[in-house]
Design a protein. Sequence first.
Length: 247
Amino acid sequence: MQPGIIYEDEYLMAVAKPAGMMVHSDGRSDEYTLADWISENRPEVVGVGENMEIDGKEIKRPGIVHRLDRDTTGVVVIAKNQETFLFLKRQFKGHKIKKRYEAIVWGHVARDFGIIDAPIGRSKSDFRQWSASRGARGEKRDAKTRFQVIKRFVYDDEDGEREKYTHIALYPLSGRTHQLRVHMKFINHPIIGDKLYGAGKKTAFDFDRPALHAKELTITHPKKGETKFLAPYPKDLEEALAAIANS
């Protein structure tokens, strides 16, 4: 598992994170993380940013301003000096960053575009989950996601049964944990391969992870102004989209 470099200069770098790689340690495992990769390949970045503490253990996060879930692929931006880190952090905190994700979800999403405005809290039934449904535990925090349908299609599954799917673009307008996965479940179109939020659904296109990809990230570069980074599709999603194109 090696990230691919999308862009790099003296201020920052953008990489394509592969599926299965955590951005930084969770304090419980010794898995190889993006933070480890940064430390090995860009040692000058060690010490940039802000570390965190989990259960009394210091978690190193060299240059890391934001994160993706372990099994979500796509763009991650890394600051290479403290000034750039703080510059980018202000953008993320102020919701000035533009993010575009793509996913394949179960069923045909009825509307071509819209906004899901559903606050998120802790799930009542599973401590690992977050929920936008009635009855979520604790304080529910505002969460909004804009979406746009790319293509609705029907495809034969492994059992030869015709199934409906939607290839969709998702634009998070807030930054809650698992937000896109929670919101797609909330509108009854869970992301294929999502074992946590698509319980009871069989697999599709051989996905053993959520079919969710951080395709685009647009920031204000400290010297170049608005800058967009694009992450290529990972192999599993690329093959699924090729199948869709021929459906």
